[in-house]
Design a protein around this ligand. Structure first.
Ligand SMILES: [Zn+2]
Length: 456
């Protein structure tokens, strides 16, 4: 157990120099590829189709050149196939013997048949380790009472997070989201937690409901930190500010849970993305162009489709798994002073727009516009006059002006936002200002597109 004052749960692992990270990754990648080839019929067939053998993958470049081996559709299919043919639902990428699968969670699939994540004993230990790094970073220490309000029933953010909190010596109060507002507030008042784990929309919901249900403001509950995941809200300035003010707490954005993934935002007041905490377990920055699937060079601020590989996982390890997420990777030092690369999740691959041959992501535009708060509210829309992804006219953006901005200052504001978008995103928009609070605050998922064309 580290010293309580240390900023790191595992200092050696979390401050490893880049060259050592790369060596360790390659050693683990080579071992994982050989393991998957040996034990999974799915991967054996993939290697055969590619015309490669794991032993031929010796360098980082060799690995980067390997094509996508698994997509979300294939992930579902190979689980259906193992259900039908192998007598278990954990997929044909299952490498560990079935009797060694002792943990099962369900990823937050949208509809229909759930997709499953399997854990061996070692996978559970790995998950506990990488989650402890995130909990420690946000200030959770052994003995702290932590109110858990993510869905408990099968969700990756459910029991796996509770297990990890116990393993690091914290005291989880696992009410879950299923218990409802009243039950959550009951246990909050009874056990006096200093940390709350929940989705940003649930934290927002509680602000309104606590006075009605329990006659108390959320700010009186004594919560000092809120650990959010499952939705992008905790990365959006407006949502962060609302939650921080109402709860009197610091807001953190987390992504991870299965397969050794762990990334969390830092103490810096402005959102800087999520620090990658588990580069010794898995890879987030093997990026490809979502259109051409060509590998993209890693540089500060690069945006691409994430091809995810876990290289220290026993049960059913995703390798070269094309996620639907668009990731932006920052390699420059974070102003918070903590080491490591950071990532932002910028929405889905389907959000991609192509403006005169340039890939443009609505969430990346929003990030630029957010830099102008309070002269703008942060709320904006990309207006499409034709079906995406190709945009032939200048991209039309509606931006809510800030409440205090005079008409006379709008032309200068337009010039500055336009210039920043040109510098960072390499296209010239057509900007239309609208009055504050005129764009609907529909959901935290942030609907960024307004469609002006007739759907075909
Ligand atoms: Zn930071």
């Amino acid at each position: 157990m580290p010293d309580r004052a240390s900023p790191y749960w595992n200092e050696a692992a979390e401050t490893r120099p880049e060259e050592e990270i790369r060596d360790l990754q390659m050693r683990k990648i080579r071992r994982q590829l050989a393991y998957c080839h040996e034990h999974s019929p799915y991967y054996r067939e993939k290697f055969r189709q590619i015309g490669a053998l794991p032993a031929e993958i010796r360098t980082w470049e060799d690995f980067r050149r390997l094509p996508v081996m698994l997509t979300p559709e294939q992930y579902k299919e190979q689980q259906e196939q193992s259900s039908a043919e192998d007598g278990h639902p954990y997929g044909r990428i299952l490498c560990a013997p079935l009797r060694e699968v002792i943990g099962v969670a369900s990823t937050s699939g949208t509809t229909g048949r759930p997709t499953l994540t399997a854990f061996t004993r070692r996978d559970i230990d790995s998950t506990n380790e990488v989650l402890a790094r995130a909990f420690w970073r946000i200030g959770i220490r052994p003995g702290d009472t932590v109110l858990h309000a993510f869905g408990l029933s099968m969700w990756v953010a459910g029991i796996p997070l509770v297990r990890a909190l116990e393993a690091m010596g914290a005291r989880p109060i696992a009410v879950g989201a299923e218990g409802g507002t009243e039950r959550l507030l009951l246990f909050a008042r009874l056990t006096r937690p200093s940390v709350l784990l929940c989705t940003p929309s649930f934290a927002e919901h509680l602000i309104e409901r606590a006075p009605e249900v329990a006659g108390i403001e959320v700010g009186e509950l004594g919560i000092q930190r809120i650990f959010c995941c499952g939705e992008p809200g905790a990365g959006l300035p407006e949502v962060r500010k609302k939650l921080a003010n109402a709860w009197g707490a610091k807001i953190y954005d987390f992504a991870g849970g299965p397969w050794g993934i762990s990334s969390v935002s830092c103490h810096h007041d402005d959102y800087q993305g999520m620090h990658l905490l588990s580069e010794d377990y898995c890879l987030h920055y093997d990026l490809i162009d979502p259109q051409t699937r060509a590998p993209m060079e890693l540089s500060d601020g690069v945006i691409g489709a994430a091809v995810f590989t876990t290289y220290d996982w026993d049960a059913a390890p995703p390798v070269k798994f094309l996620l639907n997420d668009l990731n932006q990777i920052h390699t420059s030092p974070c102003p918070c002073g903590m080491p490591g690369k950071r990532r932002r999740i910028l929405g889905r691959i389907d959000d991609l727009l192509i403006v005169k041959g340039i890939n443009v992501y609505p969430a990346a535009i929003r990030n630029v516009v957010n830099g102008f708060v309070p002269r703008v509210t942060g709320e904006m829309r990309v207006v499409l006059h034709e079906p995406p992804p190709r945009v032939t006219t200048p991209l039309h953006i509606k931006i809510e002006r800030g409440a205090g901005v005079a008409d006379a200052d709008l032309a200068e504001l337009e010039r500055q936002i336009g210039a920043r978008i040109r510098d960072l995103l390499r296209f010239t928009p057509r900007i239309e200002f609208v009055a504050p609070a005129t764009l609907a605050r529909s959901t935290l998922k942030g609907k960024l597109i307004e469609r002006m064309y007739q759907p075909s």
